[in-house]
Design a protein around this ligand. Structure first.
Ligand code: 0WK
Ligand code: BGC
Length: 824
């Protein structure tokens, strides 16, 4: 008979497997933004995104609200890896009826315990941060803001559910004139347990409590916790699994005995998963749910003491008399723990759960959570201070827009052109393609990441191209002009050979992406090198002539240069072939620049009033006259000083791919120096110029990129990064790239607003042909740019058209126009 009566309580392994599956499903439901509201297992974000790193230091006050008492602790952390925290504590029994009384009375009682505790210990009057262990389900929106969802375990105080418990406690504490005590963190008891066990070496990432109630928490990948805005790193999730089964999911295993207990409980039908009080204990399965992390443990919870007290048995640190549960941590969790350990092993064979008893309740853990919160808050303040100069306000950007406009006017003015920082160079391109272009052309594309030679066939049915990328070694880009142009000719000859074009003399369009004074469509004098180029004997020379001379030196007679254009112009033409509204070209790559169709009447440096001409702005040099010095930060100055054109291309050095990685590297070095990153450990590799490439920014800022991938990038740089370090590096990258995108938007807003005014129209619709690795590859650059442009130029509808074939095609189209015009 006994066997039969107990049979219902025996759950076969396959049913437990099923329950595990149902729990996983319930957990996913709780994590998902769509289904969170209906979920029983609520999976509540705790806003605890990091585990202790051992540097936590200071006096922390902790208050634990337990079943029948309040425990107050002062924990002094010594920053010694939390090896020897000094703990003083006091237990205050709670008056029996207070847990069913007014909420205010409960919090006043807690605050009085704090006052008595502080009065009993010599505590200096300096600010005392307090961590509050509140073992009930709360909707937390930050570490110090938590709304009670529902009471359980016999608690039912009025006027608390739906209220911010941190505020209720702070108010009660203020009433006790304890104005130096700040409640800075609230956490569930599972979290406190997890942190307490984390103090013993390896961070522990899962915690379980089986006491008066039962619950668990674990460190989840932040991007899984859809209810929290955090997208990267980890966040501790309080499962509140006590409600598992409240939707009937466990109806097939609940026995009549369970139904009885439930009916007699203070919340029938709820918390079906919670164990009755006589089985008290906390357990931490080891390599828990997610990814085999280490950790696990038991905690002798007051509940058991309660049971013994209720049973009139003596209460001692080691309760005796329970026939078979001699409660030393290992033995108490003997039977229960053994079952838990073995069954968990059976149900999750791919995980290794190590049970780690929590020997000091949640107190120390709560102190560490509070200390971690303080450390992160202090760090955040210091980091924000360091990054503040890189954060541009709306007013800053409007001022940059206005300055750009002023410099554009100066650049267009005949008198002021020579001294303008934005040189507004006429290109002699008077119109965008009209689709009648025809023919076969060679094209060169020099000045970006890659040097390309192309053959472009423009026909009725469209454009076909073949191209080859050639490397130009730094020794050549920084050698003599002869070597550079010889190298270009060798590449052309190699290409013509491969494309079987040696017998043909094709018109050539030359995209030369450096500031040139254009004297005609096929005549351009180099004004200065940029982007790390410095080949001698070129500045002040006609680059088409230099190319022709190199062809002669190489006896390459088949060269017929008919047009030289800037890559911005080539990009505008290339996109203009598909979209006639494309009247702006933008490059955000190694360098940055823009061109646009200006009214001839405004181009003071070229004769003629009719029609339009494309102006190569060379906006990279914006600010070279000092007009941007107030937004230049020390990091920008450090980067500029190390370039071969220091003091030049100031705007470019705030925006383009050649420099963003360097800006980030200098910021990281400053953070290391301030002990805010990599624990202040020197990072020799990070001292190396250009070691932190701009492409890293594009990778690190990918949405939802797991932080371990950020860590992998940093590992390749021999930087051992913690989660916080990875988060911080990500934040620095985001700050630098956002500034670049917004500055670019301010420049472009000046351009489109000028075009709108030129045309005397209230609204302007225009397309920007855009190219460049940074714009194309960075996950957020284009979005940030377009957002800020909409804000700064609301009367302009700007469409961005990414150039698929690069500006070589554009150069060929300019060549086609040139040839058509040259025809008799
Ligand atoms: C591709 C264009 C080329 C331009 C380059 C800029 O074909 O003319 O110079 O984009 O981008 P980057 O290669 O510098 O990232
Ligand atoms: C050059 C421009 C070029 C831009 C984008 C700048 O450094 O001065 O001519 O358009 O880079 O490649």
């Amino acid at each position: 008979q006994v066997q039969r009566a107990l049979l219902a309580l025996t759950i076969p392994l396959e049913t437990l497997q099923e329950v595990k599956g149902r729990m996983l499903q319930a957990m996913r439901k709780g994590l998902s933004r769509q289904t969170h509201a209906q979920a029983n297992v609520r999976m509540l974000p705790t806003y605890i995104c990091s585990t202790p790193d051992g540097t936590e230091k200071g006096d922390i006050l902790v208050v634990e609200l337990c079943q029948s008492h309040v425990r107050t602790l002062r924990v002094t952390l010594l920053g010694d890896g939390n090896q020897s925290p000094q703990v003083t504590y006091k237990i205050f029994d709670m008056p029996g009826d207070i847990i069913q009384g007014k909420g205010e009375a409960l919090f006043d009682f807690i605050a009085q315990c704090v006052r008595q505790f502080l009065a009993g210990i010599s505590s200096p009057q300096h600010r005392l941060p307090l961590g509050f262990v509140f073992p009930f389900s709360c909707r937390q929106t930050q570490l110090d803001k938590a709304e009670l969802i529902s009471w359980s375990k016999g608690f039912s105080c009025s006027d608390v559910e739906g209220k911010d418990v941190v505020q209720l406690l702070q108010l009660a504490i203020n009433k006790q004139e304890l104005h130096h005590v700040d409640v800075v963190a609230l956490m569930n008891d599972t979290v406190g347990t997890m942190m307490t066990c984390s103090m013993r070496g390896e961070p522990c990432e899962v915690a379980l409590i089986v006491g008066t109630g039962t619950n668990s928490c674990f460190m989840a990948e932040a991007q899984q916790v859809e209810m929290a805005e955090e997208i990267s790193g980890k966040m501790c999730v309080n499962t509140e699994w006590g409600c598992f089964g409240d939707d009937g999911t466990l109806s097939d295993i609940l026995t009549p005995y369970d139904q009885h207990v439930d009916q007699e409980s203070s919340n029938p039908g709820e918390k079906r998963c919670t164990h009755p009080p006589e089985r008290a204990g906390s357990l931490e399965p080891g390599a828990g749910a997610a990814g085999g992390q280490r950790g696990g443990g038991w905690r002798i919870v007051p509940g058991l003491h309660q049971v013994r007290r209720d049973m009139g048995l003596p209460v001692s640190s080691h309760p005796r008399g329970m026939p078979h549960t001699q409660p030393s941590p290992s033995s108490f969790c003997g039977r229960f723990g053994e079952i838990l350990q073995s069954v968990t092993g059976l149900l999750a064979p791919e995980c290794t759960a190590t049970l780690l008893p929590s020997v000091d309740g949640t107190g120390q853990g709560a102190a560490v959570v509070t200390a971690v919160a303080l450390r992160l808050a202090a760090q955040r303040r210091e980091v924000d201070q360091l990054l503040a100069p890189l954060r541009l306000s709306r007013a800053d950007l409007e001022r940059v827009q206005a300055l750009m406009r002023r410099e554009m006017e100066l650049g267009l003015g005949l008198e002021s052109h020579a001294s303008a920082s934005v040189r507004m160079l006429p290109t002699y391109v008077r119109g965008t393609p009209d689709g009648t272009e025809r023919g076969e052309f060679l094209a060169l594309d020099l000045g970006g990441t890659n040097f390309r030679v192309l053959v472009v066939r423009v026909a009725q049915d469209g454009i076909r191209m073949a191209s080859e990328i050639y490397v130009i070694p730094t020794a050549v880009t920084q050698g003599t002009g002869e070597e550079l142009f010889n190298h270009i000719i060798e590449c052309i000859m190699d290409f013509q050979l491969k494309q079987n074009l040696m017998e043909q003399v094709l018109p050539l369009g030359f995209t030369f992406s450096f500031p040139c004074q254009q004297l005609g469509l096929d005549k351009a004098v180099l004004l200065s090198w940029t982007k790390g180029f410095s080949a001698s004997g070129c500045v002040g020379q006609d680059v088409v002539q230099l190319l022709r001379e190199a062809a002669q030196r190489k006896q390459h007679l088949g060269l017929k240069v008919v047009a030289v254009v800037n890559d911005t112009v080539g990009t505008m033409m290339s996109c203009g072939y598909d979209d006639p509204k494309c009247e702006i070209g933008l490059i955000v790559g190694t360098g940055t620049n823009a061109c646009y169709m200006e009214e001839m009447r405004n181009v003071g440096t070229v004769e003629g009033e009719q029609g339009r001409m494309c102006i190569n702005m060379e906006w990279g040099a914006f600010g070279d006259n000092g007009c941007l010095d107030d937004i230049f930060t020390d990091f920008d100055r450090l980067v500029d000083e190390k370039t071969i054109n220091a003091g030049k291309q100031r705007f470019e050095k705030l925006i383009s791919g050649m420099y963003l990685g360097e800006i980030v590297r200098h910021i990281l070095l400053a953070l290391v120096e301030k002990q805010l990153l990599f624990r202040g450990k020197p990072c020799p590799k990070l001292q190396t110029r250009d070691i932190f490439q701009t492409k890293f920014l594009s990778t690190i800022e990918i949405d939802g990129l797991a932080l371990r991938q950020v860590r992998a990038i940093l590992q390749d740089l021999e930087l051992q990064a913690s989660f916080e370090d990875s988060l911080l590096v990500q934040k620095v990258c985001q700050t630098v790239s956002l500034r670049a995108a917004q500055l670019c938007a301010a420049g472009l807003a000046a351009v489109v607003e000028k075009m709108r005014e030129n045309r005397g129209s209230a609204q302007l619709a225009v397309t920007v042909g855009v190219d460049g690795t940074l714009y194309k590859m960075h996950p957020r650059f284009s979005q940030h740019l377009q957002q800020m442009l909409r804000d700064l130029a609301p009367n302009c509808t700007v469409t961005f058209l990414q150039s698929e074939d690069g500006s070589g095609k554009g150069a060929a189209l300019v060549a086609a126009v040139a040839c058509r015009r040259a025809e008799p």
